[in-house]
Structure formats: structure tokens, C-alpha cells
Design a protein around this ligand. Structure first.
Ligand code: ADP
Length: 272
């Protein structure tokens, strides 16, 4: 009952047309296979914390635990519920990004403000994840204003920074920068001294739920959806997501914005 397949049978001799339709079916079938994979992945990702939670509930119901043990179990249960909440929030973000029109280039946000928020979040996350933290640096060569949806821009920038911190062992280096390229485009970049990524993984990194190190992702609160979200936000803002990495040396993730989305920020002295 596939409509495209039906057309192929109706026009058996339409040479070129048949080829076109065959290609259509292939992409429809691919889309369908991707949808099935996605549903299976989501179900699996939700079932895992749910199973753990159910196990703890049963333990609490059946075992005579002292106050300290109960508190420990409740803490672990809170962790699992938090994980499910993060996952559902990321899924909703993705579906909202897919289902809505690109944000108009009419609202301007100051890069300095976005960077300041990144810095706050980055320092917080680094100290939560590692007792000696990371060597974090933030630099801005120009204070630009950028057009788009401020919350989306912040989310994309924070996501890349949070990945750099999460995958780089404590004590490692993470450098965040904003600069204008000679051709007028603007580049937000996050460079880390983490494990790096083998070339074969790079093309698949922005696929939903694609993770190289599943346990590291999970331990640090990852959902496997971060880069898929970043990619969508980049596309909606006409930006390019660039990933460069050397195994064992570290990675560099950059968002490159077109000149049309940028303007020079009014100097603060001129505002006052
Ligand atoms: P996750 O929630 O698992 O971090 P992402 O979509 O943000 O999901 O990233 C996908 C995968 O890409 C991660 O699981 C990790 O394997 C890899 N990755 C992302 N950023 C980095 C980085 N800075 N260094 C090394 N690996 C990274």
C-alpha cells in the first residue's frame, strides 16, 4: 500500500521516471528505518533507568533497611529519575527544533552575554565533575552581536562546552573563543585536550544517540542527543558545525556563523 511503489507499477515503462521513483522509495524506506531505530533507541534509553528505579522500589519495599541505607537508595533513585527527566527534555527540545520554523534574524544578542553564561556554567560543571577542575579559558577578539534565538544559541554553545569538559579528564585544558574570520564570518570554538575522536566516528557524531564511550557519556549525565541538538540549532542559524579531532590529543568543535547574522556590538562607552 506504499503510494510511491504503486506508481512504479502503474508506469512500468517510464524509464527515467521509474528510476526517480525507485530513489524516492529508497529514501522513504530509509526514513522509515531511521524512525524505527529512533523509537527503539528511545525505548531502550527510557527502559534502563526505569528498570533500575523499579528494582530500588522493590528493595525498599521488601528489605528491612536502616535509615542510612534507605537514604542511599533514595539518592540513587533520585539520580535515575533525573536522568529520565534530562532525556525527555532533550527529546522535546529536538522535536520542537524539528517542528518549528527557523528563528528570524531580527533579534540581536550580545556575544559577551552568551560567553559569560558559558563561563558560569562551565566553571560549575568542571568543579562538579573533577576535584581539581579543568584549566578553562575564555577569549573574545571582538564583541559582536548575533541574530537569532538567544536560548537556542546559548544551548548550542553550552552543549559544546559541556561536552569538552565532560570528556576531558580533570586537570585538562578547555579553551573557548569567539573571533571574526578574515572573510567576515564569526567563529565560536571550543578546544579541549581530551581523548580525541577517531576519524571513523566523526561523520556519525551528530546522529541521535550515537556515542563512542557509552559509560563516560552516562556517568557525566549525557543523553547522546547533545550534538544532534547543536546541529539543528546551527542549521537554523545558517551556521556550520565543524569538528576536528586527533586521537589522543583532543578535539575542536566550532560553530561558524555567516556575516548576515552578525554585527559589531555597540561599544559600551557609546551606550553610556
Ligand atoms: P552525549 O550526551 O553522549 O555527550 P553528544 O551528542 O553530545 O552526546 O555527543 C555524542 C558523542 O560524541 C559523545 O557520546 C562522545 O562519545 C563524543 N564526544 C562529544 N564531544 C566530545 C569531546 N569534546 N571529546 C571527545 N568525545 C566527544
Amino acid at each position: 500500500s506504499h503510494p510511491a511503489r504503486l506508481s512504479v507499477q502503474v508506469h512500468p515503462y517510464a524509464g527515467n521516471r521509474r528510476m526517480l521513483l525507485t530513489r524516492d522509495i529508497t529514501s522513504l524506506e530509509q526514513a522509515e528505518a531511521m524512525r524505527r531505530d529512533f523509537v527503539a533507541n528511545v525505548s531502550h534509553e527510557i527502559r534502563t533507568p526505569l528498570t533500575v528505579l523499579a528494582g530500588f522500589v522493590e528493595t525498599l519495599q521488601n528489605l528491612p533497611l536502616d535509615a542510612e541505607e534507605r537514604a542511599r537508595y533514595l539518592g540513587l533513585m533520585a539520580q535515575q529519575s533525573h536522568r529520565m527527566e534530562t532525556l525527555v527534555n532533550d527529546l522535546l527540545t529536538l522535536s520542537r527544533l524539528e517542528g518549528s520554523a527557523a528563528p528570524p534574524a531580527t533579534r540581536w544578542t550580545r556575544m559577551r552575554a552568551l560567553m559569560a553564561q558559558c563561563e558560569d556554567e562551565g566553571r560549575g560543571l568542571s568543579s562538579r565533575l573533577s576535584s581539581h577542575g579543568h584549566r578553562l579559558s575564555f577569549s573574545m577578539e571582538a564583541d559582536s552581536e548575533i541574530a537569532g534565538a538567544p536560548t537556542e544559541l546559548q544551548s548550542a554553545m553550552s552543549n559544546l562546552l559541556s561536552n569538552a569538559i565532560r570528556y576531558t579528564p580533570g586537570g585538562g585544558e578547555v579553551a573557548v573563543s569567539w573571533r571574526l574570520l578574515p572573510d567576515g564570518r564569526g567563529e565560536y570554538a571550543v578546544r579541549d585536550s581530551g581523548p580525541g575522536i577517531a576519524a571513523e566516528h566523526l561523520p556519525r557524531l551528530t546522529e541521535r544517540f550515537y556515542r563512542i564511550d557509552r559509560s563516560r557519556s552516562r556517568e557525566t549525565g549525557g543523553t547522546g542527543l547533545g550534538l544532534a541538538i547543536v546541529k539543528h540549532i546551527a542549521q537554523r542559524h545558517g551556521a556550520e558545525l565543524r569538528i576536528e579531532s586527533t586521537l589522543g590529543k583532543g578535539s575542536r568543535f566550532a560553530l561558524v556563523f555567516p556575516p548576515a547574522r552578525l554585527r559589531q556590538a555597540t561599544p559600551l562607552s557609546a551606550v553610556a
